[in-house]
Design a protein around this ligand. Structure first.
Ligand code: CA
Length: 389
Protein backbone atom coordinates (compact mmCIF):
# COMPACT_ATOMS: atom_id res chain seq x y z
CA UNK A 1 0.00 0.00 0.00
CA UNK A 2 1.27 3.46 -0.92
CA UNK A 3 0.33 7.07 -0.20
CA UNK A 4 -0.81 8.71 -3.44
CA UNK A 5 -1.95 12.12 -2.26
CA UNK A 6 -2.16 14.26 0.87
CA UNK A 7 -4.95 16.81 0.49
CA UNK A 8 -6.02 19.60 2.76
CA UNK A 9 -9.62 20.86 2.92
CA UNK A 10 -10.29 24.21 4.58
CA UNK A 11 -13.95 24.87 5.32
CA UNK A 12 -15.38 28.19 6.38
CA UNK A 13 -18.63 30.10 6.89
CA UNK A 14 -19.75 33.36 8.50
CA UNK A 15 -21.19 32.95 11.98
CA UNK A 16 -24.57 34.56 12.56
CA UNK A 17 -23.25 35.99 15.79
CA UNK A 18 -19.73 37.10 16.63
CA UNK A 19 -18.07 35.06 19.41
CA UNK A 20 -15.11 35.87 21.62
CA UNK A 21 -12.59 34.58 24.11
CA UNK A 22 -9.96 36.48 26.07
CA UNK A 23 -7.67 37.03 23.06
CA UNK A 24 -10.07 38.04 20.26
CA UNK A 25 -13.56 38.17 18.77
CA UNK A 26 -14.20 36.17 15.61
CA UNK A 27 -16.89 36.09 12.92
CA UNK A 28 -15.93 33.03 10.90
CA UNK A 29 -16.05 29.33 11.71
CA UNK A 30 -13.17 27.42 10.15
CA UNK A 31 -12.43 23.72 9.84
CA UNK A 32 -9.29 22.08 8.47
CA UNK A 33 -9.47 18.45 7.38
CA UNK A 34 -6.65 16.35 5.94
CA UNK A 35 -7.34 13.54 3.48
CA UNK A 36 -4.67 10.91 2.80
CA UNK A 37 -5.38 8.93 -0.38
CA UNK A 38 -3.83 5.50 -1.00
CA UNK A 39 -3.34 3.41 -4.13
CA UNK A 40 -5.74 0.76 -2.78
CA UNK A 41 -8.87 2.88 -2.68
CA UNK A 42 -8.69 3.49 1.08
CA UNK A 43 -8.75 7.10 2.27
CA UNK A 44 -8.03 8.33 5.79
CA UNK A 45 -9.25 11.55 7.40
CA UNK A 46 -7.55 13.76 9.94
CA UNK A 47 -7.91 17.27 11.32
CA UNK A 48 -5.49 20.10 12.10
CA UNK A 49 -6.09 22.54 14.95
CA UNK A 50 -5.80 26.15 13.83
CA UNK A 51 -8.62 28.53 12.87
CA UNK A 52 -8.85 31.36 10.35
CA UNK A 53 -5.73 32.24 8.40
CA UNK A 54 -3.66 29.81 10.50
CA UNK A 55 -5.50 27.04 8.63
CA UNK A 56 -4.25 28.50 5.33
CA UNK A 57 -0.64 28.37 6.53
CA UNK A 58 -1.19 24.83 7.79
CA UNK A 59 -2.66 23.81 4.41
CA UNK A 60 0.54 24.89 2.70
CA UNK A 61 2.63 22.92 5.22
CA UNK A 62 0.45 19.81 4.75
CA UNK A 63 0.45 19.91 0.94
CA UNK A 64 3.77 21.53 0.04
CA UNK A 65 6.06 20.51 2.91
CA UNK A 66 4.81 17.23 4.41
CA UNK A 67 3.23 15.63 1.32
CA UNK A 68 6.50 15.38 -0.65
CA UNK A 69 8.16 13.75 2.37
CA UNK A 70 5.67 10.86 2.53
CA UNK A 71 4.39 10.30 -1.04
CA UNK A 72 4.83 6.68 -2.23
CA UNK A 73 5.52 5.57 1.36
CA UNK A 74 3.52 2.83 3.10
CA UNK A 75 0.80 4.60 5.17
CA UNK A 76 0.88 1.79 7.74
CA UNK A 77 4.38 2.90 8.81
CA UNK A 78 2.79 5.72 10.82
CA UNK A 79 5.48 6.09 13.42
CA UNK A 80 8.34 5.89 10.93
CA UNK A 81 6.67 8.61 8.84
CA UNK A 82 6.01 10.73 11.95
CA UNK A 83 9.67 10.73 12.84
CA UNK A 84 10.78 11.29 9.26
CA UNK A 85 8.63 14.43 9.05
CA UNK A 86 9.49 15.64 12.56
CA UNK A 87 13.22 15.19 12.06
CA UNK A 88 13.12 17.03 8.74
CA UNK A 89 11.12 19.90 10.25
CA UNK A 90 12.94 20.12 13.57
CA UNK A 91 15.10 23.02 12.42
CA UNK A 92 12.00 24.90 11.29
CA UNK A 93 9.54 24.50 14.16
CA UNK A 94 9.37 22.08 17.08
CA UNK A 95 6.02 23.59 18.14
CA UNK A 96 3.14 25.36 16.48
CA UNK A 97 2.00 25.14 12.88
CA UNK A 98 4.35 22.43 11.54
CA UNK A 99 3.22 20.14 14.36
CA UNK A 100 -0.46 21.07 13.90
CA UNK A 101 -0.06 20.14 10.22
CA UNK A 102 1.65 16.85 11.08
CA UNK A 103 -1.16 16.09 13.56
CA UNK A 104 -3.81 16.03 10.83
CA UNK A 105 -1.69 13.74 8.67
CA UNK A 106 -0.97 11.33 11.53
CA UNK A 107 -4.67 11.06 12.47
CA UNK A 108 -5.48 10.23 8.83
CA UNK A 109 -2.83 7.47 8.83
CA UNK A 110 -4.41 5.90 11.94
CA UNK A 111 -7.80 6.07 10.20
CA UNK A 112 -6.29 4.21 7.25
CA UNK A 113 -4.92 1.49 9.57
CA UNK A 114 -8.39 1.14 11.09
CA UNK A 115 -10.00 0.76 7.69
CA UNK A 116 -7.37 -1.77 6.54
CA UNK A 117 -7.82 -3.95 9.65
CA UNK A 118 -11.53 -3.32 10.20
CA UNK A 119 -10.79 -2.21 13.77
CA UNK A 120 -11.56 0.99 15.64
CA UNK A 121 -8.60 3.12 16.71
CA UNK A 122 -9.38 2.34 20.37
CA UNK A 123 -9.07 -1.42 19.66
CA UNK A 124 -5.86 -0.88 17.68
CA UNK A 125 -4.35 1.01 20.62
CA UNK A 126 -5.10 -1.75 23.10
CA UNK A 127 -8.78 -1.91 23.96
CA UNK A 128 -11.51 0.12 25.55
CA UNK A 129 -11.65 0.98 29.24
CA UNK A 130 -15.13 2.41 28.75
CA UNK A 131 -17.93 2.18 26.19
CA UNK A 132 -19.39 5.61 26.93
CA UNK A 133 -18.14 8.90 28.24
CA UNK A 134 -19.77 11.86 30.04
CA UNK A 135 -19.89 15.13 28.12
CA UNK A 136 -19.40 18.67 29.36
CA UNK A 137 -20.81 21.53 27.35
CA UNK A 138 -18.88 24.73 26.97
CA UNK A 139 -20.44 27.99 25.96
CA UNK A 140 -20.56 31.40 27.62
CA UNK A 141 -18.33 32.99 25.01
CA UNK A 142 -17.54 36.69 25.26
CA UNK A 143 -19.48 39.27 23.26
CA UNK A 144 -19.07 43.01 22.80
CA UNK A 145 -21.74 43.79 25.38
CA UNK A 146 -21.98 45.68 28.64
CA UNK A 147 -21.00 43.64 31.69
CA UNK A 148 -24.57 43.50 33.03
CA UNK A 149 -25.92 42.22 29.69
CA UNK A 150 -23.16 39.62 29.53
CA UNK A 151 -23.87 38.53 33.10
CA UNK A 152 -27.55 37.95 32.28
CA UNK A 153 -26.58 36.10 29.13
CA UNK A 154 -24.07 33.87 30.95
CA UNK A 155 -26.61 33.02 33.66
CA UNK A 156 -29.24 32.00 31.09
CA UNK A 157 -26.79 30.12 28.88
CA UNK A 158 -25.34 28.15 31.80
CA UNK A 159 -28.85 27.13 32.87
CA UNK A 160 -29.67 26.09 29.28
CA UNK A 161 -26.52 23.93 28.99
CA UNK A 162 -27.41 22.22 32.26
CA UNK A 163 -30.98 21.52 31.12
CA UNK A 164 -29.68 20.18 27.78
CA UNK A 165 -28.28 17.27 29.81
CA UNK A 166 -24.53 17.99 29.95
CA UNK A 167 -22.76 16.80 33.12
CA UNK A 168 -20.83 20.06 33.59
CA UNK A 169 -20.24 23.36 31.83
CA UNK A 170 -17.40 25.73 31.03
CA UNK A 171 -17.31 29.49 30.58
CA UNK A 172 -14.89 31.99 29.08
CA UNK A 173 -13.46 34.95 30.99
CA UNK A 174 -11.23 37.80 29.86
CA UNK A 175 -12.84 41.17 30.64
CA UNK A 176 -10.52 41.84 33.58
CA UNK A 177 -10.12 40.11 36.94
CA UNK A 178 -12.98 41.84 38.82
CA UNK A 179 -15.50 41.61 36.00
CA UNK A 180 -14.53 37.99 35.37
CA UNK A 181 -15.42 37.08 38.96
CA UNK A 182 -18.84 38.68 38.42
CA UNK A 183 -19.30 36.59 35.27
CA UNK A 184 -18.38 33.44 37.21
CA UNK A 185 -20.92 34.37 39.90
CA UNK A 186 -23.56 34.63 37.17
CA UNK A 187 -22.72 31.15 35.90
CA UNK A 188 -22.95 29.74 39.42
CA UNK A 189 -26.38 31.38 39.78
CA UNK A 190 -27.41 29.90 36.44
CA UNK A 191 -26.48 26.29 37.23
CA UNK A 192 -27.38 26.28 40.94
CA UNK A 193 -25.42 24.94 43.88
CA UNK A 194 -24.07 21.48 43.00
CA UNK A 195 -23.46 21.50 39.28
CA UNK A 196 -19.77 21.54 38.25
CA UNK A 197 -18.56 24.47 36.16
CA UNK A 198 -15.11 25.31 34.83
CA UNK A 199 -13.48 28.60 33.89
CA UNK A 200 -11.28 29.10 30.81
CA UNK A 201 -9.03 32.17 30.78
CA UNK A 202 -7.14 31.40 27.54
CA UNK A 203 -3.98 32.73 29.25
CA UNK A 204 -5.07 36.32 29.86
CA UNK A 205 -3.79 36.84 33.42
CA UNK A 206 -0.59 37.60 35.24
CA UNK A 207 0.07 35.35 38.22
CA UNK A 208 -1.26 38.00 40.65
CA UNK A 209 -4.49 38.43 38.70
CA UNK A 210 -4.88 34.67 38.43
CA UNK A 211 -4.47 34.33 42.21
CA UNK A 212 -7.23 36.91 42.75
CA UNK A 213 -9.61 35.20 40.30
CA UNK A 214 -8.62 31.69 41.46
CA UNK A 215 -9.47 32.46 45.10
CA UNK A 216 -12.88 33.80 44.07
CA UNK A 217 -13.46 30.67 41.98
CA UNK A 218 -12.66 28.55 45.02
CA UNK A 219 -15.41 30.38 46.93
CA UNK A 220 -17.77 29.56 44.06
CA UNK A 221 -16.64 25.91 44.13
CA UNK A 222 -15.61 25.94 40.45
CA UNK A 223 -14.10 22.62 39.32
CA UNK A 224 -11.10 23.81 37.34
CA UNK A 225 -9.30 27.00 36.26
CA UNK A 226 -8.04 26.57 32.68
CA UNK A 227 -5.02 28.29 31.11
CA UNK A 228 -4.84 31.03 33.76
CA UNK A 229 -1.42 32.30 32.59
CA UNK A 230 0.70 32.12 29.43
CA UNK A 231 1.60 28.58 28.40
CA UNK A 232 5.31 29.49 28.46
CA UNK A 233 5.06 30.59 32.10
CA UNK A 234 5.79 27.25 33.73
CA UNK A 235 6.93 28.89 36.98
CA UNK A 236 3.66 30.83 37.07
CA UNK A 237 1.68 27.62 36.67
CA UNK A 238 3.69 26.04 39.42
CA UNK A 239 3.08 28.93 41.78
CA UNK A 240 -0.66 28.95 41.11
CA UNK A 241 -0.81 25.24 41.74
CA UNK A 242 0.93 25.56 45.06
CA UNK A 243 -1.15 28.56 46.23
CA UNK A 244 -4.62 27.66 44.98
CA UNK A 245 -6.84 24.76 45.98
CA UNK A 246 -8.82 24.84 42.72
CA UNK A 247 -7.63 22.40 40.03
CA UNK A 248 -5.30 24.03 37.52
CA UNK A 249 -5.90 22.78 33.97
CA UNK A 250 -3.99 23.46 30.76
CA UNK A 251 -1.79 22.15 28.01
CA UNK A 252 -3.84 22.75 24.86
CA UNK A 253 -1.07 25.03 23.56
CA UNK A 254 1.70 22.51 24.26
CA UNK A 255 3.27 20.27 21.63
CA UNK A 256 4.95 16.85 21.45
CA UNK A 257 6.42 14.68 24.19
CA UNK A 258 9.25 17.19 24.68
CA UNK A 259 7.00 20.13 25.42
CA UNK A 260 4.76 18.03 27.64
CA UNK A 261 7.73 16.60 29.48
CA UNK A 262 8.58 20.09 30.79
CA UNK A 263 4.99 20.88 31.78
CA UNK A 264 4.60 17.61 33.66
CA UNK A 265 8.05 17.43 35.24
CA UNK A 266 7.53 20.90 36.71
CA UNK A 267 4.19 19.80 38.25
CA UNK A 268 2.31 22.61 36.48
CA UNK A 269 -1.06 20.89 36.15
CA UNK A 270 -3.74 19.06 38.11
CA UNK A 271 -5.55 18.28 34.86
CA UNK A 272 -3.73 17.82 31.54
CA UNK A 273 -5.61 18.81 28.38
CA UNK A 274 -3.69 17.45 25.38
CA UNK A 275 -5.02 18.54 21.96
CA UNK A 276 -4.55 15.64 19.54
CA UNK A 277 -5.10 17.81 16.45
CA UNK A 278 -2.21 20.09 17.49
CA UNK A 279 0.34 18.27 19.64
CA UNK A 280 1.41 15.78 16.95
CA UNK A 281 -1.55 13.50 16.25
CA UNK A 282 -2.55 10.17 17.79
CA UNK A 283 0.99 8.72 17.71
CA UNK A 284 2.29 11.58 19.83
CA UNK A 285 -0.86 11.81 21.99
CA UNK A 286 -0.19 8.25 23.19
CA UNK A 287 3.31 9.23 24.29
CA UNK A 288 1.95 12.32 26.09
CA UNK A 289 -0.70 10.15 27.76
CA UNK A 290 2.04 7.81 29.02
CA UNK A 291 4.01 10.81 30.34
CA UNK A 292 0.93 12.19 32.13
CA UNK A 293 0.34 8.81 33.73
CA UNK A 294 3.99 8.61 34.74
CA UNK A 295 3.42 11.89 36.61
CA UNK A 296 0.03 10.78 38.05
CA UNK A 297 -1.73 13.63 36.26
CA UNK A 298 -5.35 13.24 35.20
CA UNK A 299 -6.04 13.66 31.45
CA UNK A 300 -9.18 15.30 30.05
CA UNK A 301 -8.61 15.94 26.35
CA UNK A 302 -8.94 19.38 24.84
CA UNK A 303 -11.48 19.07 22.00
CA UNK A 304 -12.13 21.75 19.42
CA UNK A 305 -13.15 21.59 15.79
CA UNK A 306 -15.19 19.45 13.47
CA UNK A 307 -16.82 16.04 13.82
CA UNK A 308 -13.53 14.43 12.72
CA UNK A 309 -11.81 15.85 15.82
CA UNK A 310 -14.69 14.73 18.04
CA UNK A 311 -14.74 11.21 16.59
CA UNK A 312 -10.95 10.96 17.04
CA UNK A 313 -11.20 12.15 20.64
CA UNK A 314 -13.95 9.65 21.42
CA UNK A 315 -11.54 6.87 20.42
CA UNK A 316 -8.83 8.35 22.66
CA UNK A 317 -11.17 8.85 25.62
CA UNK A 318 -11.83 5.08 25.44
CA UNK A 319 -8.15 4.22 25.95
CA UNK A 320 -7.22 6.47 28.91
CA UNK A 321 -6.39 4.03 31.73
CA UNK A 322 -8.04 4.77 35.09
CA UNK A 323 -5.62 6.62 37.34
CA UNK A 324 -4.90 5.23 39.88
CA UNK A 325 -7.90 2.86 39.50
CA UNK A 326 -10.60 1.62 41.87
CA UNK A 327 -14.22 0.56 41.99
CA UNK A 328 -15.30 4.12 41.20
CA UNK A 329 -12.46 5.51 39.08
CA UNK A 330 -12.44 9.15 38.07
CA UNK A 331 -13.63 9.18 34.47
CA UNK A 332 -12.51 11.51 31.67
CA UNK A 333 -15.10 13.75 29.97
CA UNK A 334 -15.66 14.75 26.36
CA UNK A 335 -15.32 18.50 25.85
CA UNK A 336 -18.13 19.75 23.63
CA UNK A 337 -18.56 23.26 22.20
CA UNK A 338 -22.27 24.17 22.34
CA UNK A 339 -21.97 27.23 20.07
CA UNK A 340 -22.92 27.25 16.38
CA UNK A 341 -20.75 24.83 14.35
CA UNK A 342 -21.99 23.22 11.13
CA UNK A 343 -18.68 21.34 10.75
CA UNK A 344 -19.45 19.50 13.95
CA UNK A 345 -23.18 18.89 13.34
CA UNK A 346 -23.59 18.43 9.56
CA UNK A 347 -20.19 17.39 8.11
CA UNK A 348 -20.48 13.61 8.23
CA UNK A 349 -22.44 11.19 6.07
CA UNK A 350 -23.40 9.57 9.40
CA UNK A 351 -23.57 12.42 11.95
CA UNK A 352 -22.48 11.92 15.57
CA UNK A 353 -25.60 13.63 17.02
CA UNK A 354 -23.82 14.37 20.29
CA UNK A 355 -26.44 16.81 21.62
CA UNK A 356 -29.30 14.36 21.05
CA UNK A 357 -27.43 11.53 22.74
CA UNK A 358 -26.46 13.71 25.70
CA UNK A 359 -30.13 14.59 26.22
CA UNK A 360 -31.22 10.96 25.86
CA UNK A 361 -28.46 9.20 27.87
CA UNK A 362 -28.13 11.35 30.98
CA UNK A 363 -25.12 13.32 29.75
CA UNK A 364 -23.22 10.38 28.23
CA UNK A 365 -22.37 9.45 24.64
CA UNK A 366 -21.49 5.93 23.46
CA UNK A 367 -18.02 5.56 21.93
CA UNK A 368 -18.33 4.19 18.37
CA UNK A 369 -16.61 0.88 17.64
CA UNK A 370 -16.26 1.12 13.87
CA UNK A 371 -13.16 0.93 11.61
CA UNK A 372 -10.78 3.84 12.24
CA UNK A 373 -12.44 6.80 13.93
CA UNK A 374 -15.53 6.34 11.80
CA UNK A 375 -15.91 9.95 10.63
CA UNK A 376 -16.61 10.11 6.86
CA UNK A 377 -17.10 13.64 5.54
CA UNK A 378 -19.87 14.23 3.03
CA UNK A 379 -18.20 15.27 -0.28
CA UNK A 380 -21.00 17.65 -1.25
CA UNK A 381 -20.73 19.37 2.12
CA UNK A 382 -16.95 19.73 1.68
CA UNK A 383 -17.46 21.32 -1.73
CA UNK A 384 -20.14 23.69 -0.46
CA UNK A 385 -18.04 25.11 2.41
CA UNK A 386 -14.60 24.90 0.75
CA UNK A 387 -12.44 27.97 1.19
CA UNK A 388 -10.47 28.50 -2.02
CA UNK A 389 -6.96 29.75 -1.29
CA1 CA B 1 -9.34 26.22 26.52
Amino acid sequence: MKIKEVKSHILQYDLEEELGYSQQYYQKRTGHLVEVVTDEGITGWGECFGPGNVAIANKVIVERVIQPMILEENPLNRDVLWHKVYNLLRDHGQKGMPIQALSGVDIALWDILGKVTGLSISRLIGGRFREQVPVYGYGMMLRREKLTALMDRFEDEAAAIKSAGFVATKMKVGLGAKQDVQLAESVRRGVGGDFPFMVDANHCYTVDQALYVGRALEELDAYWFEEPVAPEDLDGYRELRSQLKINIAGGEAEFTRWGWRNLLEKHCLDIAQPEVCALGGISEYLRVLALAQAHFTQVINHVWGSAVAIATNLQLLAVIPPLPGGIHPQEPMLEFDTTDNKFRDDLLTDPLNIQRQVAKNGGYVPIPDVPGHGAEPNREFLKHFALEV
